[in-house]
Design a protein around this ligand. Structure first.
Ligand code: AMP
Length: 441
């Protein structure tokens, strides 16, 4: 039976804040995780953004901090550390802590790279209850003695798989060495490949395990279609669809950064306000693009899977897969952006000859066929009728054609077994996104 937030044992101040947010019922991950986290247990959570995972950890953390509300803060220390891979996520998590904790008198701060450190140093000077940080800047400030982790009571590692994808493993290990031995640990990852399981084993003690698999449930709410179109006509098809004003807040997904840039160029030439977010953009540029998109100043956001992951934007009218992802889970994550918090949405996939194989894989994963939409001027009967090649061949053909040459991501594993590698999209780890700290996505 569905529980209420009060049945989960959260204090009145938190329940009031949740009412302000119009949250009526806990999401499955919240129901599963909160009671154990209130008891101080460690947690291994296999879940991604969109499941309500932030509240699943923020609420019990705030509740427990509230039990010791009169604890004096120690200068340059924090009681809770949330480590997250990107600036965008750090900001979002802090916003959530602020919203849920608005009737509690707790101090929190957020630190990330790519901006001046002075305000962050100031925020830490008298100590905080909750600190949300990206790894690079965190370690920089520790090295400069503006912060110590010796008082951490709760450690949250968010989006662990993405952290490793981004090359943060050494930073994480450094942070772990600086934490006190006795602490509560929460570990979240969207996928559970072997390196993540290994990392979690070094951090967690007798954790409870919570796995939330959104695929089928989210997918059902979304009106999906596939449009067969020659690669050379994809931009024409996009322009054609955007003539319809009901497509008012659209995310267009491409597999690569170059692809994203090309789409933005076409849209700009046609005076359609758009912006791209991907790892080659500066932090400032990405943040600005997101703000403009949220504010409705930009109608189309063009993104790669990695850059878009974890970004929380409500009311997306349409997701357009300009390129079909070759990792089926990415499809589910992409289209899930248009069905946030139970609303329905529309997802359209542009499929060229080689991508038919990926559509077939996706249909297997979501266990339903994706209806073909032929009612557009660029429909290719040839592609519709062509035999579907194997996904391996399709991948090789695409990499050959587009000079991709990116490595295949090793298969991942969910708790229940079975699932394939993660939603990093783009066909694998991207060596070019490693190297600089915090400024990536
Ligand atoms: P997250 O997975 O933490 O990124 O959350 C995804 C979205 O769901 C965010 O916009 C949250 O504000 C929202 N959310 C989280 N928990 C609930 C809830 N219990 N009821 C309604 N919305 C929620």
């Amino acid at each position: 039976m569905t529980k209420t937030f009060s049945e989960l044992g959260l204090n009145d101040a938190l329940q009031k804040a949740l009412r302000d947010q119009n949250y009526t019922t806990p999401t499955p991950i919240q129901t599963a995780a909160i009671p154990h986290l209130l008891e101080g247990r460690d947690l291994l959570g296999c879940a991604q953004t969109g499941t309500g995972k932030t509240a699943a950890f923020a609420l019990p953390i705030l509740h427990n901090l509230g039990l010791a509300w009169d604890t004096k803060l120690t200068p340059k220390q924090t009681r809770v550390l949330v480590l997250t891979p990107t600036r965008e996520l750090a900001i979002q998590i802090e916003e959530n802590f602020r919203a849920y904790g608005k009737y509690m008198n707790l101090k929190h701060a957020v630190i990330f790279g790519g901006v001046g450190q002075t305000p962050q140093v100031k925020a830490l000077s008298r100590g905080v209850d909750v600190l949300i940080a990206t790894p690079g800047r965190l370690l920089d400030l520790i090295q400069q003695k503006y912060l110590s982790l010796s008082g951490v009571e709760v450690f949250v590692l968010d989006e662990a798989d993405r952290m490793l994808d981004m090359g943060f493993v050494h930073d994480i290990n450094k942070v772990l060495k600086l934490l006190p031995h006795a602490r509560q640990n929460l570990f979240f990852s969207a996928t559970m490949p072997p390196d993540i399981v290994k990392l979690s084993n070094t951090i967690l003690k007798n954790p409870i395990k919570v796995e939330i698999t959104p695929p089928a449930t989210t997918v059902e709410l979304i009106q999906q279609s596939v449009m067969y179109v020659d690669r050379k006509h994809k931009s024409d098809l996009l322009r054609h669809l955007l003539k319809d004003n009901t497509l008012d807040r659209v995310i267009v997904f491409t597999r690569t950064k170059h692809g994203a840039n090309r789409v933005v160029e076409v849209l700009e030439k046609n005076r359609i306000p758009s912006a791209a977010i991907h790892g080659n953009k500066s932090q400032g540029a990405r943040q600005k693009a997101l703000e403009n998109f949220r504010a409705g100043k930009v109608r189309v956001l063009v993104a790669t899977d990695i850059a878009a992951r974890g970004i929380d934007i409500d009311d997306i009218s349409h997701v357009i897969n300009y390129e079909v992802p070759n990792i089926s889970e990415s499809y589910v994550h992409r289209i899930g952006r248009t069905a946030r918090a139970g609303t329905s949405g529309i997802a359209i996939s542009f499929c060229d000859a080689e991508e038919k194989a990926f559509i077939r894989d996706i249909e297997k994963l979501i266990a339903q066929p994706i209806p073909v939409d032929t009612k557009h001027p660029y429909h290719s009967a040839e592609i519709a009728e062509a035999r579907t090649m194997s996904s391996g061949k399709a991948k090789a053909a695409i990499e050959g054609n587009r000079g991709g040459g990116r490595g295949r991501r090793p298969p991942g594993r969910r708790f229940g077994g079975g699932g394939r590698g993660g939603p990093s999209g783009g066909g694998g780890r991207n060596p070019s996104s490693r190297g600089s700290r915090d400024a990536r996505s």
